[in-house]
Structure formats: structure tokens, C-alpha cells
Design a protein around this ligand. Sequence first.
Ligand code: ADP
Ligand code: MG
Length: 284
Amino acid sequence: MSPIVTRGADLPADAAHVPGRTTGELAAHLAYLARAFKAPTIGAVWAELADIARERGWTHEEYLAAVLARQVADREANGTQLRIAGAHFPQVKTLEDFNLDHQPGLRRDVLAHLATAAFAATAGNVILLGPPGVGKTHLAIALGYKAAQAGHPVAFDTATGWITRLTAAHHDGRLPAELKRLGRYRLLIVDEVGYIPFDSPAANLFFQLVAARYEQGSMLITSNMPFARWGEVFGDDVVAAALIDRLVHHAEVITLGGESYRTRARRDLLARDPTAGTRTTATT
Ligand code: ADP
Ligand code: MG
């Protein structure tokens, strides 16, 4: 059986319909059409949904909508998976796993709004500040996931990781091309600004990254250092001020507080079960 190929809007409306095909021929033809259309889900679900449609008396339109909806859902899920794989998150951390009771100062409405990833659509930034162990990386990953799910390309790395990449690009004379390439990510996550001070070339590269993304693409930055100490981090108060100025112009700045979640979890565990200490020290 040769597949029917119809072209052009000038053909009769029923030109694609060939009566008298056997069920087997029709199945083979549908398989061909689904492949040609690059819609594998349609090829996989049309028969099962046709049975359901007959059983429940769906109209033709309802059946078509059900088949297409399955294909669209699969395509979106695949897109999300690709974006999440491409983001290189170091771990899986979700907002659902984030214990808000540990951060009473964190406004839930602000977090809920960030979770919609609207900030990534408008090139807004998010800055998460606070001491070690309070959940900055956890929230950065969780918000990155939400943004990827919402359809935005995301890339995650530590500040040191980004500087290494930019330095390599700079050495090869590819810095402008690399900055342009990074522009296709709607959200760039920079974890751990401040743990390792930047030398002057690194501070300069970081400034170029922030300047290139200003009002073009979002950045989510975490730091253990308050802004007042970014001069120390970047080795230069003027560069730090210029950076902060660009970053906070359209930004949500969130300061997390309290004691380290790791310390607290261990203490709670020890309080419940004094023998648990030996087991937990190894994992924290
Ligand atoms: P930071 O980046 O601020 O140093 P992390 O995000 O790495 O801290 O958090 C340290 C550990 O504690 C991680 O395993 C993280 O998942 C967990 N954690 C921190 N805060 C919370 C919280 N509020 N709810 C659940 N887990 C948390
Ligand atoms: Mg961290």
C-alpha cells in the first residue's frame, strides 16, 4: 500500500480519505502519517483512544482533540526533560521539599510568585543572600526547575564554574561569542558568589556577564556575603557597586536567615536519639 500524499489547500476536502481500506491498511497508514508528522505519540495512542471514543460516544472533534492533547503533553514533557538535563543542576531539590517553617522571614507570596517563573520571562533577577546551610542552593535549584518546567532554558553553575568557562572563552578570543551563546538561556544560575574571592580578571569577566545580561536575561545569584561585603569578594568597591547596581535594578532580593539546616537537623536528631550522632556525622 502506498501512502497517500496530499498537497495544497486546493484539493477537495476529502482528498485524503480513501474508502475501503482494511483495518490493517488503515493502521499502517496512520503509523506512516504519525511518523511523517513527527508525532510518535499520535502513532501510539490513536487506536486506544479510538476504542475509548467509540465506547463513550465521543464526537470526531472530541476524539481529534484527545489525540492531539496527548501529543502536545508528551512534547512539553520531553521539552522540560531536555531543559532540566541541559541545566546541569547538581542535585534534585524541590520547592515542595523546602521547609518554610525554618525560614519564617521568607514571604510565601514572594516565593510563590518566583515559582511561576514570571521573573524569567521579564529578565528579572533573583538574589539569595544568607549564611551557609540556610537553603540558598536548595532554593536556587528548585526555582531553576520551575523555570525549566515553565519553558525557559536554564543553566546552573557555581561562580567558580562560570568564571572558568568565561576565562577559557576569553583566552580563545571567544568571549563575545560565549556571552551571546549564554544569551539563549533565559535564566543563568550563579551559585556561591563570595566563598572564593575573585581576582581582578575574574571580577572583570563576571562584570561583563552581568552587563551582557542586563535587561536581556535573568540571573539567579546566591551569596553568603551581604552586598556591603561584595567589594571584598570582587577586590574592588567600584566594580562591586556597578555589578550590584545592574543586578538589583529589576530584582527580588531575599535574605535567608537562621542557623544552618544541617546543624539543626543533626541537633534535632541527636535530641531524639542520642545514638544517632555517629550515623549522621558521616552524611552532613
Ligand atoms: P546553602 O546553599 O544556603 O549553604 P543548602 O541549600 O545547600 O544551603 O542547604 C543545606 C542542606 O539543607 C541541603 O541539603 C538542603 O536541601 C537542606 N535545607 C536547607 N534549608 C532547608 C529547608 N528550609 N527545608 C528543607 N531542606 C533544607
Ligand atoms: Mg550553597
